[in-house]
Write a protein that binds this ligand. Structure first.
Ligand code: TRP
Ligand code: ZN
Length: 885
């Protein structure tokens, strides 16, 4: 908890560190009721700073200082200054050694930052500013040091002792204790430090790098999970190979370790040579993890592994540069996932997520640029904007420079900055220098928040055979800035003729046509591009592959969207045309509901989806994506004022109508796919994911019919499936149905079978928390009393409370404000236990501007109640105060 008034920190105030730490020698004595940390820091004045010896100000929080010495001379209390966030000493020479000893209490650390205990093991989380809760240090990413770490603990309870780098020595101690020393040969900032001690088993494998070095790979887990590591290990080896082939990046230590822990604030952490993972991001096997969970494990293993270069070898100068490593690494992991699975489906999923959640963030009170210029609490800036929009920005550079130019740029970046702590500008500079390109205007993507709008209009001149597209860009005001300068917006596009064929594209002034799909750069507020030799009025396919994170609008008719759905050569845009058609149809239903008129579904949507469903050539995963109507959250995001009830009613009505009209085709597809699933062993690969995805979305529609053969099929799938993907879908379908006896029975059987597997119980909680049946809040409150629920475990909080507040909009936004009150009460409780989780759970309340006056008042009332509830963490304080500003 903070004791000083939270302070805003500004990028413009950045100053290089006054001192450097060449070597860091740490000793940890782990005990059940306390831990002793000794740090020996070999330091010197930063030669880049001026002369003189300013005071040395070390970060430190929640540390009990036992001893401090300068060059072996113990300091008296009068020789240093101690506050609850800093230790200040006065160096006497330009080079010196500082020794400190502190006592800390990992056993009572519920914030899961610094050193803490999870299911009996010790582990650490230091990013962003957690190392200061371990020892006094210059806890900033531009201070890089060579670390040696000695850990000692009880041999029986903690047989495995790990830290970064290579093990160099170990041995027994008296009293049944033992110790181990690790040395990391690479300079690193403190946020990449890690330590683990526990009773762990590991699976081991080997990887031979491109230069024929052999690397030992180990995944450490609690013994009962040893059978759930294979998928992560396979994913790791694929990632290592892919990074060599795609980016020329090779691993650099003799050993690479992953440790799975149950209590973790995020997905995983890229500590050098010792990645620490939320167990939900490592453990996966057919019986316990869904296809989506398998894909998430593959992506996160890759993400953390890729950080070894984009993050660790080249790190961030300061935390404003967070997207330098996160945006780039997300871009890298999405390229990997695209290559391992279906690229179009991966792109669809990423874009749907970005448009729903990042666009909402960019339109809300916490909106910030990809490189923010101020913050109160850096933990609040591990956001969709920094990660997902940051990845889109890197992707646009790829689009503008082409694959080869991009690779030249990344090669130069890694070579030029290896071992350094750098900025987003340095990244751009490498891209520019390697290509002779000018990205100065492009850099506005890093400094201007908000989602740009791109309104497009057309005109065709039949006599001149020219076709013009006019682009008008604008960007709404965000809390940081009102006026925005024009962005560089790469628009990939094609023009379709009446047969749906792409025509050759020749811009006015060009000697010849250059391809049938190309990228134009919109750089001005208003700009027209004219194509020549256009024989007849074409239909434009715009923003192919979602080539820029903007809200594009073009006045398509519904018939034109249906035409694009069928003919566009770009798979992403075929899907997007379907989404645009669905949005138009759903918005019409929403208006009908609001006017109190009977709802009438435009049959063109039925026809369009019938043809998708009847197309046996289409990738089944694409069919499944096309059958998925835009979510309530997305419909909320694109509404001026979101009418919760109308959105829910309209979407459910459309689902019911589609289910009735498409019953036979869905049933046939369902049965065919279920038959294959029944007859084949589970495989975690794209074509199998695709088959099950279609099977499962078909089942969720079919169940709306309530027909006895569908209920029987659902129960059969629930009972007989050999994998969690099919079983959980069957459960979810029952939970959202009127068959209360079957639902109760299935929930009970499921909980009985999986009560000892916390990750499966998380899914059991989520399915119920997401049920849109009436009475949602009461169900969630009852589930909080279930023995498997644990308020201190972030996965449980996310599975139950997060799923309710973020996915169950109709229940959470109950008009009486009960959902809001419930969430505010929880945030107040969580604030005291785990500020990072409290602050993240708060986000639905920050979206109050989207709702009607009555709900706005209720939501704001709860935010005000949180603000007045007593001493707030800087995390919660920042989000609440900015939301009310
Ligand atoms: N760097 C981590 C990643 O790969 C993010 C992360 C993990 C994190 N744990 C955290 C950030 C705790 C803040 C706090 O994306
Ligand atoms: Zn990351």
């Amino acid at each position: 908890m903070r004791t000083e008034q939270p302070k805003m920190i500004y990028l413009k105030d950045y100053q290089a560190p006054e001192y450097l730490i060449d070597e860091t020698h740490l000793t940890f004595e782990l005990h059940d009721d306390h831990t002793l940390v000794h740090a020996q820091l070999v330091m010197r004045r930063n030669p880049a700073c001026g002369a003189g010896l300013p005071p040395l100000v070390l970060d430190g929080q929640q540390l009990e200082l036992l001893n401090v010495s300068l060059d072996d001379a113990e300091l008296a209390a009068a020789d240093y200054t101690l506050t609850d966030s800093h230790l200040t000493v006065q160096p006497k020479a330009a080079a010196f050694t500082l020794d400190t000893s502190v006592r800390i209490h990992p056993e009572t650390n519920t914030a899961l930052e610094g050193l803490y205990k999870s299911s009996g093991m010790f582990c650490t989380q230091c990013e962003a500013e957690g190392f200061r809760k371990i020892t006094y240090y210059l806890d900033r990413p531009d201070v890089m040091s060579k670390f040696t770490t000695t850990v000692s603990a009880d041999q029986h309870a903690y047989p495995v002792l790990l830290s970064n780098g290579n093990p160099i020595a170990s041995g027994p101690d008296e009293d049944g204790r033992h110790w181990a020393t690790w040395e990391d040969p690479f300079m690193k900032p403190a946020y990449l430090f890690a330590l683990v001690a526990g009773d762990l088993w590991c699976v081991e494998d080997k990887f031979t790098t491109m230069s024929e070095r052999e690397v030992t790979l180990r995944i450490y887990v609690e013994p009962e999970n040893i059978d759930k590591c294979q998928h992560a290990m396979t994913s790791l080896k694929k990632s290592m190979r892919w990074d060599e082939e795609t980016y020329g990046r090779e691993y650099d230590l003799d050993i690479f370790m992953i440790v799975a822990v149950n209590d973790f604030n995020m997905g995983a952490m890229e500590n050098k040579g010792l990645n620490i993972f939320n167990s939900s991001a490592v453990l996966a096997r057919a019986e316990t993890a869904t296809d989506a969970a398998h894909q998430r494990v593959e992506a996160i293993v890759a993400h953390e592994y890729f950080h070894n270069w984009s993050g660790n070898r080249v790190t961030c100068r300061d935390w404003f540069q967070l997207s330098l490593k996160e945006g780039f690494t997300v871009y890298r992991d999405s390229g990997f996932s695209a290559d391992m699975n279906s690229a179009t489906v991966k792109r669809i999923q990423d874009v749907a997520y970005l448009r729903t959640h990042q666009f909402a963030e960019d339109a809300g009170p916490m909106a910030h640029a990809v490189r923010p210029d101020s913050f109160i609490e850096i933990s609040n800036f591990y956001t969709l904007t920094v990660y997902e929009k940051g990845s889109e920005v890197v992707g646009m550079i790829h689009t503008l420079l082409g694959a080869e130019g991009f690779r030249k740029g990344s090669d130069l970046y890694f070579e030029r900055h290896d071992g350094q702590a750098v900025t987003c500008d340095d990244f751009i500079k490498a891209m520019e220098d390697a290509n002779g390109a000018d990205l100065s205007q492009f850099k506005r993507w890093y400094s201007q928040a908000g989602t740009p709008r791109l309104a497009v209009s057309e005109s065709y001149d039949a006599a001149a055979k020219t076709y013009s597209l006019t682009f008008r860009q604008s960007c709404p005001a965000t809390p940081d800035k009102v006026e925005k300068l024009p962005f560089v917006i790469p628009v990939a596009l094609g023009l379709l003729d009446a047969n749906g064929q792409d025509i050759p594209l020749r811009l006015q002034g060009e000697a010849a046509a250059a391809g049938t799909s190309r990228v134009i750069s919109v750089t001005e507020a208003e700009q027209t591009f004219t194509f020549v030799d256009v024989a007849a009025q074409p239909l434009p396919s715009l923003l192919r592959g979602f080539s820029a994170p903007v809200k594009l609008s073009f006045p398509y008719s519904r018939d034109q969207l249906m035409f694009l759905m069928q003919h566009d050569s770009d798979g992403f845009n075929r899907w997007d045309a379907g989404q645009q058609l669905s949005v138009a149809v759903l918005q019409e239903l929403i208006a009908q509901h609001q006017a109190g008129r009977p709802l009438v579904l435009d049959q063109r949507l039925v026809k369009a989806l019938a043809s998708v469903l009847g197309n046996a050539q289409l990738d089944q995963a694409m069919v499944a994506e096309m059958l998925s109507l835009p979510s309530e959250a997305y419909l909320t995001e694109i509404s001026e004022v979101a009418d919760v009830d109308a959105i829910h009613a309209a979407r459910e009505f459309a689902r019911q109508q589609l289910a009735d009209s498409l019953f036979d085709a869905l049933w046939q597809r369902y049965q065919a796919n279920r038959a294959i699933s029944r007859g084949t062993e589970y495989v975690a690969e794209a074509e199998h994911f695709a088959r099950r995805a279609l099977q499962n979305i078909a089942l969720s529609y079919l169940m709306l019919s309530g027909k006895p053969e569908v209920v029987a099929a659902t129960l059969e799938q629930f009972d007989a499936a050999d994998n969690m993907t099919e079983r959980l879908t069957a459960l979810a379908v029952l939970v959202n149905s009127d068959f209360s006896a079957e639902r109760a029975k299935a929930l009970e059987v499921f909980a009985e079978n999986f009560k000892d597997n916390p990750l499966v119980m998380d899914q059991w909680f989520s399915v119920q928390a997401g049920s849109t049946m009436p009475g949602g809040l009461a169900r969630v409150q009852a589930l909080m009393e279930h023995p498997a629920f644990n308020f201190k475990n972030p996965n449980k909080v996310r599975a139950l409370i997060g799923a309710f507040a973020q996915q169950n909009l109709i229940n959470f936004h109950a008009a009486d404000g009960s959902g809001y009150r419930f969430l505010a009460d929880l945030v107040i409780r969580l604030n005291a236990l785990n500020p990072q989780i409290a602050s993240r759970q708060l986000s639905p309340l920050t979206r109050w501007r989207k709702y009607d006056g009555a709900r706005q008042a209720l939501m704001k009332g709860e935010l005000e109640r949180i603000l007045a509830s007593g001493e707030l963490s800087s995390d919660v304080y920042e989000v609440v105060s900015k939301s009310l500003a």
